[in-house]
Design a protein around this ligand. Structure first.
Ligand code: URA
Length: 194
């Protein structure tokens, strides 16, 4: 987190480390997924061991910054499908707007990991969760790198059924909706667009 917060970190390293943190977070996020017994043969003989209980998973990045966490998540759950939700934030009102939704067709049967590096006001996350629920999704977790207390509260109030995983809980939101100390604009830093 120190590396990606540092404003002297360039795009290449920012992208690599954001994915690496997302990958590390997947250990925690998948800790309670149901397991099933499976019988296998080791070179020494038969044994019953555990494996994931065939639960279908999907990763849903909130565009565009969420893309910066997808590869990291897929490193650990490579069979997961990937849906996309496009949101942009009106820079004046800070209100989120949905412009694109493309999801696996069986979204209602999958456990979803919604990824977005920054949970600021909670507006985009709440709108993304609404969009997913509207299309039948039932089980989802929100995975972020940096959260503001205001955003955590907003999501917990509107969607108490959605667990939030954050690599860091920061101090506060600034007047223009950035997280302090945060890391700046995650999309710009990931894609070098500033
Ligand atoms: N989105 C960002 O990219 N950064 C913030 O600090 C808040 C929202």
């Amino acid at each position: 987190m120190t590396i990606i917060r540092d404003k002297s970190t360039g795009t290449k390293v920012f992208r690599e480390v954001a994915n690496e943190i997302a990958e590390l977070m997947v250990y925690e996020i998948t800790r309670d997924l149901p397991l099933a017994d499976v019988e296998i043969d080791t070179p020494m003989g038969k044994t019953v061991q555990k494996q994931l209980a065939g639960k279908k998973l999907a990763v849903v990045p909130i565009l565009r910054a969420g893309l910066g966490m997808v590869d990291g998540v897929l490193q650990l759950i490579p069979a997961a499908k990937v849906g996309h939700i496009g949101m942009y934030r009106d820079e004046e009102t800070l209100e989120p707007h949905e412009y694109f939704v493309k999801l696996p067709p069986d979204i209602d049967q999958r456990d979803l990991f919604i990824v977005d590096p920054m949970l600021a006001t909670g507006g985009s996350a709440n709108m993304a969760i609404d969009a997913l629920k509207k299309r039948g999704a039932k089980n989802m977790r929100l995975v972020v790198l940096v959260a503001a207390p205001e955003g955590v509260r907003a999501v917990q109030e509107e969607h108490p059924d959605v667990d939030i995983y954050a690599a860091s809980l920061d101090e506060r939101l600034t007047d223009n909706g950035y997280i302090f100390p945060g890391l700046g604009d995650a999309g710009d830093r990931l894609f070098g667009t500033k």
